[in-house]
Design a protein around this ligand. Sequence first.
Ligand code: HEC
Length: 412
Amino acid sequence: MEDGEARSEIRRMNPNESTVNRRRLTLRGLPLTFRWLFSFFLLTIGLGYLFALVYLFLLEVEPHRKMGLGLVEATIIKYYGNRGNTRLEGALNGVMAEMIGPAERAEVIRWIRDGATAEGYEKVRPLFEKNCVSCHSKDSGYAVAPLTTYEDVVRLAELDLGQSIRALSRVTHIHLFGMSFIFLLTGMIFALSEVNQYLRLAIIALPFIAIWMDIGSWWFTKYQPVFAYTVIIGGALMGAALAAQSGNYVAVHSIAVEYFREGRHDEAAALFEDSLNANLSTEHPDQSMVLLTRKVLPQAYIKAGQEAKAEVSLEEYLKLVPDDAPSLYNLAFIKHRKGACHDAVELYQLAAVFSKDAALSARTHYNMGECYRSLGMSDEALRSYREALRHAPGDSLILDRIGALEGPRPGP
Ligand code: HEC
């Protein structure tokens, strides 16, 4: 067989092509303008996420850390409240402690603990006026709660129940609307990637579930402090999901598939290798993606004419999926062309067992016949050709081979 002819043979007979050529809208299939747009969008979202973390740290974690509280305690205080205490008493013993002398502070606290009554207020009112209203009044210029009337003061002397329902409803609806748009867009972009379908479904759903979990637990924490843990886990999960949606070995794989389609087989093979290595070097390699890349890599090698590498990569793939008939056939064919007919026959036999496709079966038995013929095993060759004919009735090439082995037919 001529070299060029043999290669076109592999190409024509490569039954795996459908894996690569299936027509689904993918990232690489989009016009440059869209990919440009998506890149800027994802970059900006990434920055946004970073600053959200900084903001969260500065607003929620750092101030509490200064007061000697951990992240979980801080979350509990924000949503569940500090129920052993009122905000007023908390401030008097905490951030506002320096604004008032110890004797006066004790008097105010006694009044709070006696029920913060209107009658009692008349006695403590001068203390507020002396120490507090210079800042805590409408016209002080400070954006703080006024402490000028009994109503103002008593509001802060109620039990601290954390965020009010009104405040929670406000942040909840803003977050649900805002975040779902972000997830819709990142999810749409990720939907166009070429990761395994189930993984794609899972990763698309993950941030939505994470935000339900996160926001849901704000509400639960209001009534049950243990949910502070789910607030934190939900938030972390959301970050992880967003990060997973831009996993880069997936992108590299997709680009390689595009090169493969464009006929740039050498580049495709190199990129499939890159994608595989990037994936395998992660802490938890994405196995379905490993499988997909390992499956198409040999096809790229075959088309690029890199037969030695094709052989190695087919062997690698068959270790993972030992019953993949097209790969068995391809490997057999490479051995066959190298003249390793015994190995080739063994592999053709396996391919024949697992093949579910008539054309592949016909081809497999025909080539097996060719091997036997070159080994001088005519009986086996004849049997193989007959088997091939069963899968491809009337094929003239097969009939010729059978005719030649059976000898000239007796004339009428
Ligand atoms: C120098 C101005 C000033 C004076 C005087 C002052 N405060 Fe404040 N107060 C503030 C500022 C500013 C904040 C907001 C601080 C913050 O949120 O960290 C605040 C916050 C508070 C809070 C809310 C804390 C919370 O739980 O968010 C309470 C309650 C309070 N002050 C009570 C008092 C009382 C009682 C006095 C008098 C003994 C007083 N303050 C005196 C400036 C002042």
